[in-house]
Design a protein around this ligand. Sequence first.
Ligand SMILES: CC(=O)SCCNC(=O)CCNC(=O)[C@H](O)C(C)(C)COP(=O)(O)OP(=O)(O)OC[C@H]1O[C@@H](n2cnc3c(N)ncnc32)[C@H](O)[C@@H]1OP(=O)(O)O
Ligand SMILES: CC(C)C(=O)C(=O)O
Length: 569
Amino acid sequence: MLQDPSKKYRPFVPVHLPDRTWPNRVISAPPMWLSTDLRDGNQALIEPMGIERKLRMFELLTRIGFKEIEVAFPSASQTDFDFVRRLIEEDRVPDDVWIQVLTPAREDLIRRTFEALEGAKRAIVHMYNATSPIFRRVVFQQDKAGVVNMAVRGMKLIRELAAERPETDWRFEYSPEAFTATELDFALEVCNAVTAVMAPTPERKLILNLPATVEVATPNVYADQIEWMHRHLAKRDCIVLSLHPHNDRGTGVAAAELALMAGADRVEGCLFGNGERTGNVCLVTLAMNLYSQGIHPGLHFDDIDEVRRCVEYCTQLPVHPRHPYAGDLVYTAFSGSHQDAIKKGFALQRPDAVWEVPYLPIDPADVGRSYEAVIRVNSQSGKGGVSYLLERDYGLQLPRRLQIEFSRVIQQVTDALGKEVTAQEIYEAFRREYLEPPGPYRYLAHHVTELEGGNEVEIMVELEQQGRHRTLRGKGNGPIDAFVHALDIEVRVLDYHEHSIGAGANASAVAYVELKAGNSPALHGVGVDPNIVSASLKAIVSGVNRSLAQAPAQTAPAPQPDRRRACLS
Ligand SMILES: CC(=O)SCCNC(=O)CCNC(=O)[C@H](O)C(C)(C)COP(=O)(O)OP(=O)(O)OC[C@H]1O[C@@H](n2cnc3c(N)ncnc32)[C@H](O)[C@@H]1OP(=O)(O)O
Ligand SMILES: CC(C)C(=O)C(=O)O
């Protein structure tokens, strides 16, 4: 790169429009949409689509709800020409859809374009010629008058050829290519000259399309240019003011949105921003941005993955995993604080209420995405994500302090693996850590007897201890208390939670205890069993085993002198 890029590149000259009004406007309705996937998108592909792919794309676009589709540049190739013929001859264009075709302002190419459209029920003929100083000087070697003349001659021919074919319902579009790099007053002069030729009416409007052929300035400059044209165009009530933003600076969507605020009526673009260089403006993003504001865009992305797969097949280009609204990862949170907020948001979100889940601008279900992939766990994750997956897939509702404790276990796993862990892998780690922790004790069976007066119970618990069968007996104000007293290690239960998982005959109880055994730090034990008391006792055994594993010195604890404990074997 140059030390001083100003020697090579000039800054864009802003538009003088001190009384601009667009910053105060909001978009409250969708624009008219034109998909140019089959033309601008297609001309930018490494391998342009053949007929079969074009048909697939055309059908997709009609299913999405596009009413105007630029289907080809018929004078460019036999494939494009044949495709238009096929649509017409096989009557594939739905009655409410207008096909549009593009032609340069050259007589031979305009005539060939009309040949392709022979017999069409309805069509938009779109002609372009570049108007900017560079094109005038370098490409056409024409002065301004010559370029106006090129546009006028071309549109006159189009008008005549259309008049010779009254069986078709015609509409017309003109683009001053490289509009954003054209002097505004000259762009206006060319557009007004074309308007004069085409004599549009409010009922039969002319489309004037003002392309950011190459995006060269910040989006506010495009908005200023559009507002200026909107104010100055002749016969504005007979004009559809159309946008055609490209994305060279990565601000195509912003430019389109600000330009709509500035008075435009229509947007041309491609699905997922395919198109020349960095692409045309992404129509999916524009539409879904509206949707996220509560405005139906009139385009349907109920199954956005199906749309994405079809576009990937037709274009042979992948959609980026972080592409707005459609990428594989855009509804997924790996990082801990995001997962925590999403989990809490989901818990509070009522089905018919306004969407208020943090970090998710829309409900993934609205575009056919499941909640499956919303939270995924790697080394950046925290307790929220880990416990969300355990609850979603295994019904385990971990108490808060256990969430914290277990997330450290998972952190060690993800750090060691250096990759994502699945819900199943998390559950396996949970099972190893809490449901089957290594340790001296294994719960076998129990029997509880209520003692006279009803305030105390006696419990008899059968355990396996290092391969030996043992029966412990203890008393307490409940089975857990009694079992704790029966153990030959000092155990204090600090917290207890339980819930059921499943229903009917398959229901199980899950018990979570936080306990302190001997000198070990407080930690958790978990037990699962169809019987709630058995689940609780298993939870104590799990906690004790884990404590002993963490404090090996305690493996042979001295029996406590407790009158409520009796060791029978
Ligand atoms: C910004 C855009 O996306 S515009 C659309 C661009 N799309 C395409 O170009 C894809 C299809 N294009 C093609 O297949 C070919 O370029 C064709 C069929 C249109 C023309 O092919 P060719 O006749 O071989 O000409 P070529 O491609 O070299 O085009 C350059 C010529 O067209 C002229 N030209 C370029 N744009 C226009 C225009 N909009 N109107 C009139 N003439 C034009 C150039 O001045 C040049 O003329 P010259 O040969 O007298 O110097
Ligand atoms: C033909 C025009 C509309 C075009 O594709 C562009 O300027 O990018």
